[in-house]
Write a protein that binds this ligand. Sequence first.
Ligand code: AMP
Length: 437
Amino acid sequence: MPTTRILTGITTSGTPHLGNYAGALRPAIAASQRADAESFYFLADYHALIKTGGDPARVHRSTLEIAATWLAAGLDTERVWFYRQSDIPEIPELTWLLTCVASKGLLNRAHAYKAAVDKNLAEGEDPDAGVNMGLFMYPVLMAADILMFKAHSVPVGRDQIQHIEMARDIAARFNHLYGEHFVLPEAAIDESVATLPGLDGRKMSKSYDNTIPLFSSSAELKKLIASIVTDSRAPGEPKDPEGSALFELYQAFSTPEQTEAMRAAFAGGIAWGEAKQALFEQIDTAVAPMRERYQALIAQPELIEARLKEGAAKARSIATPFLAELRRAVGLRNLGSAIEQRGGEKAKAAAQPQFKQYREGDGRFYFKLVAADGSLLLQSVGFASPKEAGQTIARLKQGAAPSEAADGLLLDGRPLGVLAGGATLAAVQDALARLAG
Ligand code: AMP
């Protein structure tokens, strides 16, 4: 069964709240249990420095809290790759390699940077006032996080789609210059995962100071839920679930049947106090077992540290050899071996056929097979996703043989593409044999 690599990072800049849990951790943990998925989940502590400059204690505390949350929520660290970003020195090194192929114009268009500039302009400030290079370069660091582990799928909110597209752009540019090293990732938007509202009805977010911490005590949870903004309808008056923060929070922690029962209770004029009590019980029941595990974990930070160290070793067993491959690709090479194999090394590199992957204006994903002398051998059909194109390339590299049909080439009975003018199936097979060899 082909596996999909999924990657998610959570910035370690605050205390995890119900929105982080329902919007990111809970679906990520469910996905990690799929037989066809390989999951990479990390604590994005380099990212945290962008927003928390000058507050080291907050980053430290948040890293512990978020690590303990993942574990308390049931993440099986044997099954997944669970690590702290700053334990992988290959990530900042890859960030530099990518920085050198990322165009500044692309980064100028990043939403977060543009929003900061627009705000400055509106206030009559210098466009870049208060903008650090971390904010500007954040999409490149994020591209390194994703590309390092050849993730196919990155579950994100809609506001992050642009960053995944940037990662793809940067990867495609690198692949074009240095050969096919990176998988082009895709954003995965899960329509069933709602954005949770906070106490004031806006998106629950640290920035709005309207969060319900996931591991509040029962008493705190009750108090916070009591402060959720509602309208002034009296008990007995029908209430509208649409746009009600209370209803949306209830839904995120309930079965469809429970949600329908609450919808009926709204129509029947349930009192706000009663609805809040029902919400409290629903969330408290869901969180209580995790809360206990969380408290036990947070009391033993050295055990969490040890888990993260194990996770880093596991992640680096992928990152270290991959970065070595990339260093070679860009020309950061051992001089001793270059002198030994002078000429031969160059000729060998030049003598390899290559796959080149790209996206066309029709939105589909294509590849070409180019012979060692640079001539085009095969042009693929369009694939719906970069993953499908990549898997087809992988099949060819592993020795799967294309066959000739009336209107083109087939692989495993499915359309593969067409031979380039002047190319023969024998030449394609020869190139594939050399790649497999
Ligand atoms: P952040 O703390 O902003 O880095 O967010 C970490 C993860 O939690 C991201 O995947 C967000 O999409 C998710 N998240 C944050 N706030 C909410 C919310 N209010 N509702 C749903 N998901 C959220």
